[in-house]
Design a protein around this ligand. Structure first.
Ligand code: DX5
Ligand code: ZN
Length: 219
């Protein structure tokens, strides 16, 4: 059996005037998930999308919606995002004093539960919940904006989490987010990642979205 890899375009860098077309182009080009970056201007220094965008995307595509919550007190928003159509709900360990129960809550809402951590947060901080998550997201930039430079130290963090997931016999997705490109994606595959978020490499590709997705897929 060949291993499955997920390409998840982050619509943060897409043209919101044409969101429906963007979603269709992503699907036709072979995207697997649509990554939606929710930022509150508090946990991260940027303000982006609420549940209503997830609801609009749900009407625009049947691809699973991979929702990355970069917000303080995410537990207050889980229900709204689940209702809007999120398939995956990923929370930051830095924002969750009751991480275990927050992940349980995500599952009880019928979504896949994801956990993520900032570049400055040690891998060990999520070890206690690795056996219960469906997805681990490793940030390879500091969250807040697309178009930032890849942080090379995140490769070792992916390898560390891969080792731990394998030891647990977990089939959770190991997703990476930030500065993913034709240059950095192979390093993340080698370290054990199997899901790849990209905004700039797809939506700012000089030959368009489909070529951007194909270039990553071909790797
Ligand atoms: C950053 C977001 C990312 C971002 C990735 O906070 O979580 O999903 O859109 O953008 P690129 O691929 O340009 O680094
Ligand atoms: Zn993201």
């Amino acid at each position: 059996m060949t291993e499955q890899f997920i390409i998840a375009p982050s619509i943060l860098s897409s043209d919101f005037l044409h969101l429906g077309d963007v979603l269709q182009t992503c699907k036709t080009a072979g995207a697997d998930w649509i990554h939606i970056d929710v930022m509150d201007g508090q946990f991260v220094p940027n303000l982006t999308m609420g549940a209503f965008i997830v609801e609009a995307c749900k009407r625009g595509t049947d691809l699973p919606l991979d929702v990355h919550l970069m917000v303080e007190n995410p537990e207050n928003l889980l229900q709204a995002f689940a209702k809007a159509g999120a398939a995956n709900l990923t929370v930051h360990v830095e924002t969750c004093p009751h991480l275990h129960s927050t992940l349980q809550e995500i599952k009880s809402l019928g979504c896949k539960a994801g956990v993520t951590l900032n570049p400055g947060t040690p891998a060990e901080s999520i070890f206690p919940v690795l056996n219960m998550v469906d997805l681990v997201l490793i940030m390879s930039v500091n969250p807040g904006f697309s178009g930032q430079s890849f942080l090379p130290e995140s490769v070792a963090k992916v390898a560390k989490i891969r080792e731990k997931l394998d030891a647990l016999g977990s089939s959770a997705w190991l997703e990476v987010d930030g500065g993913i490109s034709s240059e950095t994606l192979p390093k993340m595959i080698a370290a054990g990642a199997n899901a790849f978020v990209a905004a700039t490499a797809i939506f700012k590709h000089s030959h368009g979205i489909a070529t951007g997705i194909a270039a990553l897929r071909d790797l």
